[in-house]
Design a protein around this ligand. Structure first.
Ligand SMILES: Cc1cc2nc3c(=O)[nH]c(=O)nc-3n(C[C@H](O)[C@H](O)[C@H](O)COP(=O)(O)OP(=O)(O)OC[C@H]3O[C@@H](n4cnc5c(N)ncnc54)[C@H](O)[C@@H]3O)c2cc1C
Ligand SMILES: NC(=O)c1ccc[n+]([C@@H]2O[C@H](COP(=O)([O-])OP(=O)(O)OC[C@H]3O[C@@H](n4cnc5c(N)ncnc54)[C@H](O)[C@@H]3O)[C@@H](O)[C@H]2O)c1
Length: 464
Protein backbone atom coordinates (compact mmCIF):
# COMPACT_ATOMS: atom_id res chain seq x y z
CA UNK A 1 0.00 0.00 0.00
CA UNK A 2 1.83 3.19 -1.14
CA UNK A 3 2.04 5.91 1.47
CA UNK A 4 2.30 9.58 0.48
CA UNK A 5 3.05 12.86 2.18
CA UNK A 6 0.19 14.41 0.22
CA UNK A 7 -2.72 13.16 -1.92
CA UNK A 8 -4.83 15.59 -3.99
CA UNK A 9 -8.19 14.30 -5.23
CA UNK A 10 -9.37 16.21 -8.30
CA UNK A 11 -7.43 18.15 -10.93
CA UNK A 12 -9.53 21.32 -11.24
CA UNK A 13 -8.25 23.98 -8.85
CA UNK A 14 -6.62 21.16 -6.84
CA UNK A 15 -4.05 20.67 -9.59
CA UNK A 16 -2.84 24.26 -9.29
CA UNK A 17 -1.56 23.61 -5.75
CA UNK A 18 1.37 21.49 -6.86
CA UNK A 19 4.08 23.95 -7.87
CA UNK A 20 7.85 23.75 -7.46
CA UNK A 21 7.60 24.40 -3.71
CA UNK A 22 6.13 20.91 -3.26
CA UNK A 23 9.01 18.85 -4.67
CA UNK A 24 10.03 17.73 -1.16
CA UNK A 25 6.68 15.96 -0.73
CA UNK A 26 5.95 12.52 -2.14
CA UNK A 27 2.62 13.32 -3.78
CA UNK A 28 -0.22 11.57 -5.59
CA UNK A 29 -2.97 13.20 -7.64
CA UNK A 30 -6.15 11.27 -8.38
CA UNK A 31 -8.47 12.14 -11.28
CA UNK A 32 -11.35 10.06 -12.60
CA UNK A 33 -12.20 12.24 -15.60
CA UNK A 34 -10.58 14.78 -17.89
CA UNK A 35 -7.56 16.54 -16.41
CA UNK A 36 -8.28 20.18 -15.55
CA UNK A 37 -11.73 19.67 -14.03
CA UNK A 38 -15.09 21.29 -14.71
CA UNK A 39 -14.10 24.87 -15.55
CA UNK A 40 -11.68 23.94 -18.31
CA UNK A 41 -13.48 20.96 -19.80
CA UNK A 42 -17.22 21.43 -19.30
CA UNK A 43 -17.71 24.68 -17.42
CA UNK A 44 -16.64 28.32 -17.46
CA UNK A 45 -14.25 28.25 -20.38
CA UNK A 46 -16.19 26.41 -23.10
CA UNK A 47 -19.50 28.01 -22.02
CA UNK A 48 -18.05 31.50 -22.34
CA UNK A 49 -16.60 30.60 -25.74
CA UNK A 50 -20.11 29.52 -26.76
CA UNK A 51 -21.65 32.66 -25.23
CA UNK A 52 -19.29 34.93 -27.15
CA UNK A 53 -20.15 33.07 -30.34
CA UNK A 54 -23.84 33.44 -29.48
CA UNK A 55 -23.38 37.20 -29.00
CA UNK A 56 -21.90 37.32 -32.51
CA UNK A 57 -24.77 35.24 -33.91
CA UNK A 58 -27.37 37.44 -32.17
CA UNK A 59 -25.98 40.72 -33.55
CA UNK A 60 -28.18 40.78 -36.68
CA UNK A 61 -31.29 40.46 -34.49
CA UNK A 62 -30.68 43.93 -33.05
CA UNK A 63 -28.47 45.70 -35.59
CA UNK A 64 -31.28 47.39 -37.50
CA UNK A 65 -31.87 49.90 -34.68
CA UNK A 66 -28.46 51.34 -35.62
CA UNK A 67 -29.55 51.59 -39.25
CA UNK A 68 -27.50 48.54 -40.14
CA UNK A 69 -29.54 45.72 -41.65
CA UNK A 70 -27.95 42.31 -41.24
CA UNK A 71 -29.14 38.79 -41.67
CA UNK A 72 -27.96 35.61 -39.95
CA UNK A 73 -27.29 33.26 -42.84
CA UNK A 74 -26.59 30.26 -40.69
CA UNK A 75 -24.67 28.76 -37.81
CA UNK A 76 -22.24 25.97 -38.69
CA UNK A 77 -22.64 24.07 -35.43
CA UNK A 78 -19.84 21.55 -36.03
CA UNK A 79 -17.46 24.46 -36.73
CA UNK A 80 -18.65 26.37 -33.64
CA UNK A 81 -18.25 23.30 -31.44
CA UNK A 82 -14.94 22.13 -32.89
CA UNK A 83 -13.29 25.56 -32.73
CA UNK A 84 -13.95 25.52 -29.00
CA UNK A 85 -13.00 21.96 -28.15
CA UNK A 86 -10.06 21.79 -30.55
CA UNK A 87 -8.63 24.56 -28.41
CA UNK A 88 -9.58 23.19 -25.00
CA UNK A 89 -9.06 19.44 -25.29
CA UNK A 90 -5.31 19.66 -25.97
CA UNK A 91 -4.90 21.80 -22.82
CA UNK A 92 -6.39 19.01 -20.74
CA UNK A 93 -4.25 16.33 -22.44
CA UNK A 94 -1.15 18.50 -22.06
CA UNK A 95 -1.88 19.08 -18.37
CA UNK A 96 -2.15 15.33 -17.73
CA UNK A 97 1.05 14.64 -19.69
CA UNK A 98 2.90 17.32 -17.73
CA UNK A 99 1.99 15.73 -14.40
CA UNK A 100 2.66 12.18 -15.60
CA UNK A 101 5.92 12.57 -17.49
CA UNK A 102 7.65 15.91 -16.99
CA UNK A 103 10.78 15.97 -14.82
CA UNK A 104 9.16 18.76 -12.72
CA UNK A 105 6.78 16.07 -11.46
CA UNK A 106 9.20 13.27 -10.59
CA UNK A 107 7.79 13.37 -7.06
CA UNK A 108 4.14 13.11 -8.29
CA UNK A 109 2.26 9.90 -9.13
CA UNK A 110 -0.90 10.30 -11.21
CA UNK A 111 -3.75 7.87 -10.56
CA UNK A 112 -6.28 8.08 -13.40
CA UNK A 113 -9.15 6.50 -11.50
CA UNK A 114 -12.01 7.16 -9.09
CA UNK A 115 -11.08 7.66 -5.45
CA UNK A 116 -13.24 6.60 -2.52
CA UNK A 117 -12.27 6.68 1.14
CA UNK A 118 -12.26 3.30 2.84
CA UNK A 119 -10.89 4.37 6.22
CA UNK A 120 -9.12 7.15 8.08
CA UNK A 121 -6.75 8.73 5.52
CA UNK A 122 -7.07 5.65 3.30
CA UNK A 123 -8.27 6.07 -0.29
CA UNK A 124 -9.13 3.25 -2.70
CA UNK A 125 -8.73 4.11 -6.39
CA UNK A 126 -10.70 2.03 -8.89
CA UNK A 127 -10.38 2.01 -12.66
CA UNK A 128 -13.01 1.73 -15.38
CA UNK A 129 -10.79 -0.58 -17.46
CA UNK A 130 -10.88 -3.31 -14.82
CA UNK A 131 -7.30 -2.90 -13.57
CA UNK A 132 -6.92 -3.91 -9.92
CA UNK A 133 -7.65 -1.15 -7.43
CA UNK A 134 -4.91 0.80 -5.69
CA UNK A 135 -5.13 1.74 -2.04
CA UNK A 136 -3.27 4.89 -0.97
CA UNK A 137 -2.62 6.31 2.45
CA UNK A 138 -1.27 9.77 3.18
CA UNK A 139 -0.48 12.19 5.97
CA UNK A 140 -2.32 14.99 4.23
CA UNK A 141 -5.17 15.06 1.74
CA UNK A 142 -6.68 17.82 -0.36
CA UNK A 143 -10.29 17.15 -1.33
CA UNK A 144 -10.86 19.03 -4.58
CA UNK A 145 -13.30 16.63 -6.24
CA UNK A 146 -15.92 19.26 -7.17
CA UNK A 147 -19.54 18.40 -7.88
CA UNK A 148 -21.87 17.06 -10.53
CA UNK A 149 -25.19 18.02 -12.09
CA UNK A 150 -28.27 17.15 -10.00
CA UNK A 151 -30.94 15.23 -11.92
CA UNK A 152 -34.62 15.44 -10.95
CA UNK A 153 -36.62 12.32 -10.30
CA UNK A 154 -39.12 12.66 -13.18
CA UNK A 155 -40.81 9.48 -14.44
CA UNK A 156 -39.63 8.69 -17.99
CA UNK A 157 -36.77 11.23 -18.01
CA UNK A 158 -33.98 8.63 -18.04
CA UNK A 159 -35.77 6.64 -20.76
CA UNK A 160 -36.23 9.61 -23.14
CA UNK A 161 -32.66 10.75 -22.52
CA UNK A 162 -31.43 14.16 -21.41
CA UNK A 163 -28.33 16.31 -21.38
CA UNK A 164 -26.53 18.11 -18.61
CA UNK A 165 -23.95 20.87 -19.04
CA UNK A 166 -21.38 18.04 -19.43
CA UNK A 167 -22.82 16.75 -22.70
CA UNK A 168 -24.84 19.61 -24.22
CA UNK A 169 -21.86 21.42 -25.70
CA UNK A 170 -20.76 18.37 -27.67
CA UNK A 171 -24.04 17.65 -29.47
CA UNK A 172 -23.66 16.10 -32.93
CA UNK A 173 -26.37 18.30 -34.43
CA UNK A 174 -28.36 21.27 -33.18
CA UNK A 175 -31.89 20.27 -32.22
CA UNK A 176 -34.82 22.27 -33.61
CA UNK A 177 -36.35 22.59 -30.13
CA UNK A 178 -34.71 22.47 -26.70
CA UNK A 179 -36.32 22.44 -23.27
CA UNK A 180 -34.26 23.54 -20.29
CA UNK A 181 -35.25 22.47 -16.78
CA UNK A 182 -34.17 25.11 -14.24
CA UNK A 183 -33.97 28.89 -14.14
CA UNK A 184 -30.48 29.50 -12.76
CA UNK A 185 -27.03 30.27 -14.18
CA UNK A 186 -26.77 27.36 -16.59
CA UNK A 187 -30.33 27.79 -17.88
CA UNK A 188 -29.81 31.53 -18.47
CA UNK A 189 -26.48 31.05 -20.25
CA UNK A 190 -27.47 28.10 -22.46
CA UNK A 191 -30.89 29.56 -23.32
CA UNK A 192 -29.03 32.56 -24.78
CA UNK A 193 -26.55 30.33 -26.59
CA UNK A 194 -29.06 28.03 -28.23
CA UNK A 195 -31.69 30.69 -28.97
CA UNK A 196 -28.98 32.73 -30.72
CA UNK A 197 -28.29 29.66 -32.84
CA UNK A 198 -31.97 29.63 -33.87
CA UNK A 199 -33.03 26.75 -31.62
CA UNK A 200 -36.55 27.21 -30.18
CA UNK A 201 -35.87 27.32 -26.44
CA UNK A 202 -38.38 26.61 -23.67
CA UNK A 203 -37.33 27.22 -20.06
CA UNK A 204 -39.22 25.49 -17.25
CA UNK A 205 -38.81 27.33 -13.96
CA UNK A 206 -40.07 25.96 -10.68
CA UNK A 207 -40.40 29.39 -9.05
CA UNK A 208 -41.90 32.69 -10.20
CA UNK A 209 -38.73 34.18 -11.72
CA UNK A 210 -35.49 33.30 -13.47
CA UNK A 211 -32.24 33.94 -11.59
CA UNK A 212 -34.23 34.49 -8.42
CA UNK A 213 -31.08 34.59 -6.27
CA UNK A 214 -30.12 37.86 -7.95
CA UNK A 215 -31.31 41.20 -6.61
CA UNK A 216 -35.10 41.27 -7.05
CA UNK A 217 -34.98 44.11 -9.62
CA UNK A 218 -32.34 42.30 -11.69
CA UNK A 219 -34.18 39.00 -11.52
CA UNK A 220 -37.48 40.54 -12.58
CA UNK A 221 -35.89 42.58 -15.41
CA UNK A 222 -34.09 39.47 -16.68
CA UNK A 223 -37.24 37.34 -16.46
CA UNK A 224 -39.18 39.96 -18.43
CA UNK A 225 -36.48 40.10 -21.15
CA UNK A 226 -36.07 36.31 -21.24
CA UNK A 227 -39.79 35.88 -21.86
CA UNK A 228 -39.39 37.89 -25.10
CA UNK A 229 -36.74 35.49 -26.43
CA UNK A 230 -37.66 32.11 -24.97
CA UNK A 231 -40.85 30.33 -24.03
CA UNK A 232 -40.48 30.79 -20.26
CA UNK A 233 -42.84 28.73 -18.10
CA UNK A 234 -42.80 30.06 -14.54
CA UNK A 235 -44.15 28.25 -11.47
CA UNK A 236 -44.03 25.04 -13.52
CA UNK A 237 -42.73 21.50 -13.04
CA UNK A 238 -42.30 18.65 -15.51
CA UNK A 239 -44.06 15.62 -14.05
CA UNK A 240 -43.61 13.05 -16.81
CA UNK A 241 -41.58 12.47 -19.96
CA UNK A 242 -42.13 10.03 -22.84
CA UNK A 243 -40.93 9.62 -26.40
CA UNK A 244 -43.35 9.64 -29.33
CA UNK A 245 -42.76 9.59 -33.07
CA UNK A 246 -42.76 13.41 -33.37
CA UNK A 247 -40.46 14.09 -30.41
CA UNK A 248 -40.24 14.01 -26.63
CA UNK A 249 -43.50 14.81 -24.81
CA UNK A 250 -43.22 16.54 -21.44
CA UNK A 251 -46.23 16.80 -19.14
CA UNK A 252 -46.07 20.09 -17.31
CA UNK A 253 -47.93 21.22 -14.21
CA UNK A 254 -48.16 24.99 -14.03
CA UNK A 255 -50.47 27.95 -13.52
CA UNK A 256 -52.61 26.81 -16.48
CA UNK A 257 -53.06 23.31 -15.02
CA UNK A 258 -51.54 20.32 -16.79
CA UNK A 259 -50.37 20.65 -20.37
CA UNK A 260 -48.06 18.77 -22.69
CA UNK A 261 -45.05 20.25 -24.50
CA UNK A 262 -43.09 18.68 -27.29
CA UNK A 263 -39.33 19.02 -27.63
CA UNK A 264 -36.31 17.43 -29.28
CA UNK A 265 -33.69 17.75 -26.53
CA UNK A 266 -33.73 18.30 -22.78
CA UNK A 267 -31.07 20.13 -20.78
CA UNK A 268 -31.24 19.51 -17.04
CA UNK A 269 -29.87 22.53 -15.12
CA UNK A 270 -31.32 22.33 -11.62
CA UNK A 271 -28.14 22.84 -9.62
CA UNK A 272 -25.11 20.77 -8.67
CA UNK A 273 -24.33 18.27 -5.92
CA UNK A 274 -20.94 18.13 -4.18
CA UNK A 275 -19.05 14.84 -4.69
CA UNK A 276 -18.57 14.13 -0.97
CA UNK A 277 -20.90 11.11 -1.28
CA UNK A 278 -19.07 9.48 -4.20
CA UNK A 279 -15.80 10.08 -2.39
CA UNK A 280 -17.35 8.78 0.85
CA UNK A 281 -15.61 11.44 2.90
CA UNK A 282 -17.43 10.20 6.01
CA UNK A 283 -15.18 7.10 5.93
CA UNK A 284 -12.23 9.36 6.72
CA UNK A 285 -14.15 11.33 9.34
CA UNK A 286 -14.91 14.43 7.24
CA UNK A 287 -18.27 16.00 8.11
CA UNK A 288 -20.71 17.54 5.67
CA UNK A 289 -23.49 20.19 5.65
CA UNK A 290 -27.10 19.34 4.80
CA UNK A 291 -26.27 20.36 1.22
CA UNK A 292 -23.54 17.69 1.11
CA UNK A 293 -20.68 20.22 1.06
CA UNK A 294 -17.68 19.24 3.20
CA UNK A 295 -17.40 21.38 6.32
CA UNK A 296 -14.17 23.37 6.51
CA UNK A 297 -12.86 26.03 8.89
CA UNK A 298 -11.45 29.44 7.95
CA UNK A 299 -8.20 27.73 6.92
CA UNK A 300 -10.03 25.37 4.53
CA UNK A 301 -9.26 22.45 6.87
CA UNK A 302 -11.94 19.84 7.53
CA UNK A 303 -12.57 18.48 11.01
CA UNK A 304 -9.82 15.92 10.34
CA UNK A 305 -6.38 17.49 10.90
CA UNK A 306 -4.36 17.38 7.67
CA UNK A 307 -7.41 16.98 5.40
CA UNK A 308 -8.18 20.19 3.53
CA UNK A 309 -11.02 20.81 1.08
CA UNK A 310 -11.59 23.51 -1.53
CA UNK A 311 -13.87 24.53 -4.35
CA UNK A 312 -17.21 23.02 -5.21
CA UNK A 313 -16.85 20.05 -2.84
CA UNK A 314 -16.93 22.38 0.15
CA UNK A 315 -17.97 25.82 -1.11
CA UNK A 316 -21.64 26.71 -1.51
CA UNK A 317 -20.51 29.47 -3.93
CA UNK A 318 -19.55 26.92 -6.62
CA UNK A 319 -17.51 29.47 -8.58
CA UNK A 320 -14.10 29.06 -10.17
CA UNK A 321 -12.59 32.24 -8.72
CA UNK A 322 -13.61 30.99 -5.27
CA UNK A 323 -12.09 27.54 -5.93
CA UNK A 324 -8.86 29.23 -7.09
CA UNK A 325 -8.75 31.52 -4.05
CA UNK A 326 -9.29 28.57 -1.71
CA UNK A 327 -6.62 26.56 -3.55
CA UNK A 328 -4.13 29.36 -2.87
CA UNK A 329 -5.12 29.32 0.82
CA UNK A 330 -4.69 25.52 1.02
CA UNK A 331 -1.39 25.73 -0.84
CA UNK A 332 -0.06 28.29 1.66
CA UNK A 333 -1.34 26.34 4.66
CA UNK A 334 0.26 23.09 3.46
CA UNK A 335 3.58 24.87 3.00
CA UNK A 336 3.38 26.94 6.20
CA UNK A 337 1.52 24.89 8.82
CA UNK A 338 2.78 27.19 11.58
CA UNK A 339 1.75 30.41 9.83
CA UNK A 340 -1.58 29.59 8.20
CA UNK A 341 -3.86 32.07 6.45
CA UNK A 342 -7.64 32.31 6.35
CA UNK A 343 -9.83 32.28 3.28
CA UNK A 344 -11.54 35.60 2.52
CA UNK A 345 -15.19 35.18 1.58
CA UNK A 346 -16.32 38.71 2.44
CA UNK A 347 -17.09 40.00 -1.05
CA UNK A 348 -17.52 37.12 -3.48
CA UNK A 349 -18.74 38.43 -6.85
CA UNK A 350 -20.33 36.48 -9.67
CA UNK A 351 -21.50 37.08 -13.21
CA UNK A 352 -24.08 35.35 -15.35
CA UNK A 353 -22.87 35.37 -18.94
CA UNK A 354 -26.25 35.53 -20.56
CA UNK A 355 -27.83 38.36 -22.54
CA UNK A 356 -27.90 40.92 -21.11
CA UNK A 357 -25.00 40.09 -18.84
CA UNK A 358 -25.53 40.19 -15.08
CA UNK A 359 -22.97 40.78 -12.36
CA UNK A 360 -23.31 41.10 -8.64
CA UNK A 361 -21.40 41.44 -5.38
CA UNK A 362 -22.56 41.79 -1.80
CA UNK A 363 -26.06 42.13 -0.39
CA UNK A 364 -29.14 42.13 -2.58
CA UNK A 365 -31.95 44.46 -1.53
CA UNK A 366 -34.02 41.47 -0.35
CA UNK A 367 -31.02 40.23 1.71
CA UNK A 368 -30.60 43.66 3.30
CA UNK A 369 -34.32 43.83 4.15
CA UNK A 370 -34.38 40.29 5.56
CA UNK A 371 -31.32 40.96 7.72
CA UNK A 372 -32.64 44.30 8.97
CA UNK A 373 -29.55 46.08 7.63
CA UNK A 374 -30.05 49.80 7.18
CA UNK A 375 -29.28 50.89 3.63
CA UNK A 376 -29.78 53.52 0.96
CA UNK A 377 -30.18 52.54 -2.64
CA UNK A 378 -29.47 54.12 -6.03
CA UNK A 379 -29.99 53.14 -9.63
CA UNK A 380 -28.48 54.31 -12.86
CA UNK A 381 -29.77 53.20 -16.26
CA UNK A 382 -27.40 52.52 -19.13
CA UNK A 383 -29.86 54.64 -21.12
CA UNK A 384 -28.76 57.65 -19.06
CA UNK A 385 -25.05 57.53 -19.93
CA UNK A 386 -23.41 58.44 -23.21
CA UNK A 387 -22.07 54.97 -23.95
CA UNK A 388 -25.54 53.57 -23.31
CA UNK A 389 -26.84 55.94 -26.01
CA UNK A 390 -24.14 54.66 -28.35
CA UNK A 391 -25.28 51.10 -27.64
CA UNK A 392 -29.00 51.98 -27.80
CA UNK A 393 -29.43 50.20 -24.49
CA UNK A 394 -32.90 50.63 -23.02
CA UNK A 395 -33.07 47.89 -20.39
CA UNK A 396 -29.81 47.80 -18.41
CA UNK A 397 -29.05 49.39 -15.06
CA UNK A 398 -26.70 49.39 -12.10
CA UNK A 399 -28.14 49.27 -8.61
CA UNK A 400 -26.10 50.06 -5.53
CA UNK A 401 -26.80 49.62 -1.83
CA UNK A 402 -24.77 51.56 0.72
CA UNK A 403 -24.60 52.08 4.45
CA UNK A 404 -26.20 55.50 5.12
CA UNK A 405 -23.94 56.12 8.11
CA UNK A 406 -20.55 55.35 6.56
CA UNK A 407 -21.15 55.44 2.81
CA UNK A 408 -19.57 51.98 2.52
CA UNK A 409 -21.00 49.93 -0.32
CA UNK A 410 -23.08 46.96 0.78
CA UNK A 411 -24.02 45.54 -2.60
CA UNK A 412 -23.79 46.17 -6.34
CA UNK A 413 -25.94 44.62 -9.05
CA UNK A 414 -25.67 45.27 -12.76
CA UNK A 415 -27.68 44.00 -15.69
CA UNK A 416 -26.52 45.20 -19.09
CA UNK A 417 -23.65 45.15 -21.57
CA UNK A 418 -20.28 44.10 -20.16
CA UNK A 419 -21.69 43.93 -16.63
CA UNK A 420 -19.03 41.35 -15.66
CA UNK A 421 -16.27 43.91 -16.37
CA UNK A 422 -18.10 47.08 -15.38
CA UNK A 423 -18.60 45.78 -11.82
CA UNK A 424 -14.91 45.22 -11.06
CA UNK A 425 -14.16 48.68 -9.55
CA UNK A 426 -17.06 48.17 -7.14
CA UNK A 427 -15.63 44.82 -6.02
CA UNK A 428 -12.33 46.60 -5.46
CA UNK A 429 -13.97 49.41 -3.48
CA UNK A 430 -15.81 46.94 -1.25
CA UNK A 431 -12.74 44.74 -0.74
CA UNK A 432 -10.54 47.68 0.25
CA UNK A 433 -13.16 49.61 2.20
CA UNK A 434 -13.45 52.63 -0.11
CA UNK A 435 -16.64 54.61 0.58
CA UNK A 436 -18.98 55.62 -2.23
CA UNK A 437 -18.31 59.38 -2.16
CA UNK A 438 -14.51 59.01 -2.15
CA UNK A 439 -14.75 56.46 -4.91
CA UNK A 440 -16.94 58.70 -7.06
CA UNK A 441 -14.99 61.93 -6.63
CA UNK A 442 -11.47 60.74 -5.74
CA UNK A 443 -10.57 59.64 -9.27
CA UNK A 444 -11.13 60.46 -12.94
CA UNK A 445 -13.70 58.43 -14.87
CA UNK A 446 -12.91 58.15 -18.56
CA UNK A 447 -15.51 59.95 -20.64
CA UNK A 448 -17.64 58.70 -22.31
CA UNK A 449 -16.84 55.11 -21.25
CA UNK A 450 -19.12 52.50 -19.75
CA UNK A 451 -17.85 52.93 -16.14
CA UNK A 452 -19.65 56.30 -16.07
CA UNK A 453 -22.58 54.03 -15.21
CA UNK A 454 -20.85 53.37 -11.90
CA UNK A 455 -19.78 56.97 -11.36
CA UNK A 456 -23.39 58.13 -11.75
CA UNK A 457 -24.82 55.31 -9.63
CA UNK A 458 -22.39 56.27 -6.85
CA UNK A 459 -23.34 59.95 -7.10
CA UNK A 460 -27.04 59.04 -7.06
CA UNK A 461 -26.74 57.44 -3.62
CA UNK A 462 -28.65 59.64 -1.12
CA UNK A 463 -25.69 60.11 1.24
CA UNK A 464 -24.76 63.20 3.22
C1 LIG B 1 -21.64 24.81 -17.24
C2 LIG B 1 -20.86 25.50 -16.15
C3 LIG B 1 -20.41 26.80 -16.35
C4 LIG B 1 -19.70 27.44 -15.36
N1 LIG B 1 -19.29 28.72 -15.57
C5 LIG B 1 -18.61 29.38 -14.60
C6 LIG B 1 -18.18 30.72 -14.79
O1 LIG B 1 -18.40 31.32 -15.84
N2 LIG B 1 -17.51 31.32 -13.79
C7 LIG B 1 -17.25 30.69 -12.60
O2 LIG B 1 -16.66 31.29 -11.71
N3 LIG B 1 -17.65 29.40 -12.39
C8 LIG B 1 -18.32 28.75 -13.37
N4 LIG B 1 -18.71 27.46 -13.16
C9 LIG B 1 -18.37 26.81 -11.89
C10 LIG B 1 -16.91 26.29 -11.91
O3 LIG B 1 -16.73 25.49 -13.05
C11 LIG B 1 -16.62 25.50 -10.66
O4 LIG B 1 -16.91 26.30 -9.52
C12 LIG B 1 -15.16 25.09 -10.57
O5 LIG B 1 -14.77 24.41 -11.74
C13 LIG B 1 -14.94 24.19 -9.35
O6 LIG B 1 -13.60 23.78 -9.31
P1 LIG B 1 -13.16 22.56 -8.37
O7 LIG B 1 -11.68 22.47 -8.52
O8 LIG B 1 -13.75 22.71 -7.04
O9 LIG B 1 -13.87 21.29 -9.01
P2 LIG B 1 -13.79 20.68 -10.46
O10 LIG B 1 -13.20 21.61 -11.44
O11 LIG B 1 -15.13 20.12 -10.73
O12 LIG B 1 -12.73 19.50 -10.31
C14 LIG B 1 -13.03 18.33 -9.63
C15 LIG B 1 -12.34 17.18 -10.32
O13 LIG B 1 -12.43 16.05 -9.46
C16 LIG B 1 -12.67 14.91 -10.24
N5 LIG B 1 -13.30 13.92 -9.35
C17 LIG B 1 -14.53 13.98 -8.82
N6 LIG B 1 -14.76 12.94 -8.00
C18 LIG B 1 -13.61 12.21 -8.03
C19 LIG B 1 -13.22 11.02 -7.40
N7 LIG B 1 -14.04 10.37 -6.57
N8 LIG B 1 -11.99 10.54 -7.68
C20 LIG B 1 -11.15 11.19 -8.53
N9 LIG B 1 -11.48 12.32 -9.14
C21 LIG B 1 -12.69 12.84 -8.89
C22 LIG B 1 -13.57 15.39 -11.35
O14 LIG B 1 -13.48 14.54 -12.48
C23 LIG B 1 -12.99 16.78 -11.63
O15 LIG B 1 -12.02 16.75 -12.66
C24 LIG B 1 -19.42 26.78 -14.14
C25 LIG B 1 -19.86 25.46 -13.94
C26 LIG B 1 -20.57 24.83 -14.93
C27 LIG B 1 -21.04 23.41 -14.71
N1 LIG C 1 -21.34 32.28 -14.81
C1 LIG C 1 -21.09 31.47 -13.80
O1 LIG C 1 -20.36 31.79 -12.85
C2 LIG C 1 -21.71 30.10 -13.78
C3 LIG C 1 -22.29 29.58 -14.93
C4 LIG C 1 -22.86 28.31 -14.86
C5 LIG C 1 -22.82 27.60 -13.67
N2 LIG C 1 -22.24 28.15 -12.58
C6 LIG C 1 -22.23 27.41 -11.29
O2 LIG C 1 -22.84 26.16 -11.46
C7 LIG C 1 -23.88 26.01 -10.50
C8 LIG C 1 -24.98 25.18 -11.09
O3 LIG C 1 -25.73 25.92 -12.05
P1 LIG C 1 -27.29 25.65 -12.22
O4 LIG C 1 -27.85 26.63 -13.17
O5 LIG C 1 -27.49 24.21 -12.46
O6 LIG C 1 -27.81 25.91 -10.74
P2 LIG C 1 -28.53 27.17 -10.06
O7 LIG C 1 -28.51 26.90 -8.62
O8 LIG C 1 -28.00 28.46 -10.57
O9 LIG C 1 -30.03 27.08 -10.60
C9 LIG C 1 -30.80 25.95 -10.37
C10 LIG C 1 -32.22 26.20 -10.82
O10 LIG C 1 -32.95 24.98 -10.78
C11 LIG C 1 -34.12 25.14 -9.97
N3 LIG C 1 -34.38 23.85 -9.33
C12 LIG C 1 -33.73 23.30 -8.28
N4 LIG C 1 -34.22 22.09 -8.01
C13 LIG C 1 -35.18 21.85 -8.92
C14 LIG C 1 -36.05 20.76 -9.17
N5 LIG C 1 -36.02 19.66 -8.43
N6 LIG C 1 -36.91 20.86 -10.21
C15 LIG C 1 -36.95 21.97 -10.98
N7 LIG C 1 -36.16 23.04 -10.79
C16 LIG C 1 -35.29 22.96 -9.77
C17 LIG C 1 -33.80 26.29 -9.03
O11 LIG C 1 -34.98 26.90 -8.56
C18 LIG C 1 -32.97 27.19 -9.96
O12 LIG C 1 -33.82 27.95 -10.81
C19 LIG C 1 -24.30 27.43 -10.16
O13 LIG C 1 -24.84 27.50 -8.88
C20 LIG C 1 -23.03 28.20 -10.29
O14 LIG C 1 -22.40 28.24 -9.05
C21 LIG C 1 -21.69 29.38 -12.61
Amino acid sequence: MPHYDLVVVGTGSGNSILDDRFTHLKTAIVEKGAFGGTCLNVGCIPTKMFVYTADVAATPSHSSRFGVDQELKGVRWPDVRDRIFDRIDPISVGGAEYRKSHADNDHVDVYAGEGRFTGMKELRVSYSDGRPDDVLTADRFVLAAGGRAAVPDIPGLAEVGFHTSESIMRLDVLPKRMTILGGGYIAAEFAHVFASFDVEVTVIVRSGAMLRNEDEDVSSRFTELAAKRFDVRLDSMVVNARRESTGIKLDLEGPAGTETLETDAILVAIGRLPNTDVLDVAATGVTTMASGHAIVDDYQETVVPGIYALGDISSPYELKHVANHEARVVQHNLLHPDDRIKADHRFVPHAVFTSPQIASVGLTEQDARARGVSYVVSKQDYAGIAYGWAMEDTTGFAKLLADPATGQLLGAHIIGPQASSVIQPLIQAMSFGLDARTMARGQYWIHPAMPELIENALLNLPLN
